[in-house]
Design a protein around this ligand. Structure first.
Ligand SMILES: *Cc1c(COP(=O)(O)O)cnc(C)c1O
Length: 434
């Protein structure tokens, strides 16, 4: 499979080159050059298949030319070595959820980050050259990336995070790991962190001297595996008796990586009727869908902080899948943005009416789904984080904290965090001293 840049000003590259580059040299995002439809019998049998087998078929279809089947199988098995339970929430309203937060750092990001790490390990082979993995986080990506690449040979990991925006659980999960993991607290917003990572990953000096790679959803190694959620969600819904022609999936969205992967899955034949992108008060994407004008907004802090971005980085991927045709996209996608009050209300409703404890991101998608689901449709919202990762919001909504957090806590002293202004030269200087 070749990968093209969404800016169309850089040469097409192989899988190995796309993973190693992260961002394309022209500043675009890499996308698969061909959309290979999955065979119809696959969809007929999908509800009998366990998640790892589904993921194997999808990954092999995409990457079968680049990797041998055994490597694909090992990568999938290693990356997805945890449960992804499907739960019926409201049989009458035909609403269910798929819990994607049972990995080591308790968020959906484990799936993409672990897949990228497993893939990279195999692409690098033995005796690998040194690499420096860089990721910006607004909540969950930092810990997922740090955990996935922790103690990998000849490789350093640095996480950039915005000061004061993460919950203590989210922050401790990567600042206390130690080993090859460092962190930089940036006195700025998540979008500043994201822009710094983007700049670093195409800075010629850093590329040559440190071999910097971004592990944000910019990277195809993290982006593509997110397709698994959607094939798996569809399979589990059909297995539970949903009407295969009337399935609607709500995606809690920030940078639109998950959503773009879902839309790509649809292009490969997944018969999802439509998607709903649920955003929080950071609604630049919802406004774009409504007006056709994209205006990045300053990021505001919300209860669903892993979705706090004023400038969704994967928008070019979404548009590339529709050749820039907004009308066509609107047929497949609705957008709803929810306020913090509505998120709290949704957490309470799920708890009080169905005894289901959802985290703020999943609850946001539930509320959006409820607004949009039509009679005769079966709806599923993705649950993307364990509620224990957001204790303050859960306490505000339900009056108590949620137990069950297995996060690595301060018993592991780890390295001190660096602090920096959101200025590229200072970040560059820190990276060179790490
Ligand atoms: C990252 C994240 C999202 C949003 O995913 P995007 O691909 O950035 O749109 C939603 N929920 C949680 C818990 C996340 O960590």
């Amino acid at each position: 499979m070749q990968f093209y840049s969404t800016n169309h000003k850089a040469p097409k590259v192989s899988l190995r080159e796309a993973v190693a580059a992260g961002l394309a040299p022209d500043g675009g995002l890499y996308m698969p050059d061909a959309i290979i439809p999955l065979p119809l019998p696959f969809f007929r049998n999908i509800s009998d298949m366990p998640p790892k087998d589904i993921a194997y078929v999808v990954a092999n279809t995409l990457l079968g030319e680049d990797l041998d089947p055994e490597t694909v199988k090992e990568t999938v098995n290693e990356a997805l070595s945890f449960e992804m339970p499907f739960k019926r929430i409201d049989p009458e309203a035909r609403i269910s959820t798929l819990e994607l937060f049972h990995g080591p750092t308790m968020s959906v990001k484990d799936i993409g980050a672990r897949s990228m790490a497993c893939l990279l390990r195999r692409l690098r082979g033995s005796n690998p050259a040194p690499l420096h993995i860089l990721a910006a986080t607004s909540g969950d990506a930092g810990s997922a990336v740090a955990s996935a690449f922790h103690n990998m040979e000849n490789l350093k990991v640095t996480i950039l995070y915005p000061k004061g925006r993460l919950t203590p659980v989210q922050r401790e999960q990567f600042t206390t790991l130690g080993g090859n993991v460092s962190s930089i607290e940036v006195r700025g917003s998540f979008d500043d962190c994201q822009a710094l990572v983007k700049t670093a990953s195409i800075d010629p000096d850093l590329k040559d001297s440190l071999r910097v790679i971004t592990a944000n959803s910019i990277n195809v190694g993290r982006f593509l595996p997110q397709m698994f959620h959607f094939f798996n969600a569809y399979a589990r819904m059909v297995e539970a008796g949903a009407d295969p022609a009337n399935i609607v999936i709500a995606v809690p969205s920030g940078n639109l990586g998950n959503l773009a992967a879902g839309l790509l899955a649809k292009r490969m034949g997944l018969p999802v009727k439509r998607f709903i992108a649920a955003t929080n008060a950071n609604d630049a994407f919802a406004r774009y869908m409504a007006t056709g004008n994209f205006e990045p907004q300053p990021t505001v802090k919300t209860h669903a902080n892993a979705m706090d971005t004023g400038s969704p980085i994967n928008l070019p991927r979404v548009m590339a899948l529709y050749d820039g045709n907004l009308e066509a996209l609107r047929k497949d996608l609705q957008t709803v943005s929810l306020s913090d009050d509505q998120i709290i209300e949704a957490i309470r409703e799920l708890n009080d009416s169905y005894g289901y404890v959802a985290d703020p991101h999943g609850a946001c998608a539930y509320a959006a789904l409820k607004q949009c689901l039509a009679p005769g449709e079966d709806g599923l919202f993705l649950s993307t984080a364990h509620p224990a990762k957001c204790p303050e919001v859960m306490t505000e909504a339900l009056g108590h904290e949620i137990p069950g957090s297995k996060h690595t806590s301060a018993h592991n002293a780890g390295k001190p965090s660096y602090t920096s202004a959101p200025i590229f030269q200072s970040i560059k200087h820190i990276l060179k001293t790490i």
